[in-house]
Design a protein around this ligand. Structure first.
Ligand SMILES: [Zn+2]
Length: 109
């Protein structure tokens, strides 16, 4: 479904390229390197993605607020996205950031 929300998501996608976001993302992952949702189930998984607890929809304050950031693993992030898409709008988060671990497959070759 091509929704207005999806087009809006593309419109604010550039926010993820900003240094302010890259910095905030690194701070969040340094502060909480483990997936917070896995931890709730007492599973220890390295976080790969910083997710927005509240969808920012391009709202800068929500986008950059550390209180609105949570560390999640790629699997949890993907399931969050699928759930949001099932509701017809996209979640305010990204998978653009490269993993911190240099030996992660994403960082090889
Ligand atoms: Zn997880």
């Amino acid at each position: 479904m091509e929704s207005l929300a999806n087009r809006k998501a593309t419109a604010y996608h550039h926010l993820y390229g900003l240094k302010a976001w890259q910095d905030a993302r690194h701070v969040q992952l340094a502060h909480q390197p483990l997936c917070e949702r896995c931890l709730r189930d007492e599973i220890v998984t390295e976080a790969r993605v910083v997710n927005h607890r509240i969808k920012h929809q391009g709202d800068w304050a929500l986008f950059i607020d550390p209180e609105n950031h949570e560390s999640v693993c790629a699997e949890h992030h993907d399931s969050l996205i699928r759930r949001e898409e099932a509701r017809g709008y996209v979640i305010g988060s990204d998978i653009d950031g490269r993993p911190l671990a240099p030996d992660h497959p994403w960082n090889r070759g």
